[in-house]
Design a binder for this molecule. Sequence first.
Ligand SMILES: [Fe+2]
Ligand SMILES: [Fe+2]
Length: 132
Amino acid sequence: MDQAPDIGAQHAHLLRLVQQERLALLAGEIALARDLLAEMHALQETHIADEESRLLPRLPQTARWPARIYIAEHRKLTSMLADLRAALAPLAARIENATTRLTLLDAQMPFKHVIEHHFEREEKGLLVEIST
Ligand SMILES: [Fe+2]
Ligand SMILES: [Fe+2]
């Protein structure tokens, strides 16, 4: 029962989507960015549900980080992604103004940091500890 590669591949997929979505914002392509955020949302939802139902219950007592840490980060990522989608929802399909594009990119930096940090924690902790 080796599910870690699947989870690792999903992390890589999500990070690729984050990158594509940032490139869309940089280009002012808001409609594309919205579609990419929707794709991230769908993937993140199933990814989190899968980890919480299948992986976290297998975390050993000696785990480096307890399940509640992972769960709290999942709640945070879910809420941050919802906020990003809400921020883009009222905007035009395309934005020409460079300052506005930069402001949108800056506003997404915390999400990028939290998701990268979370995946790093899972890859050092959860995924190693449940496969040993
Ligand atoms: Fe996770
Ligand atoms: Fe994960």
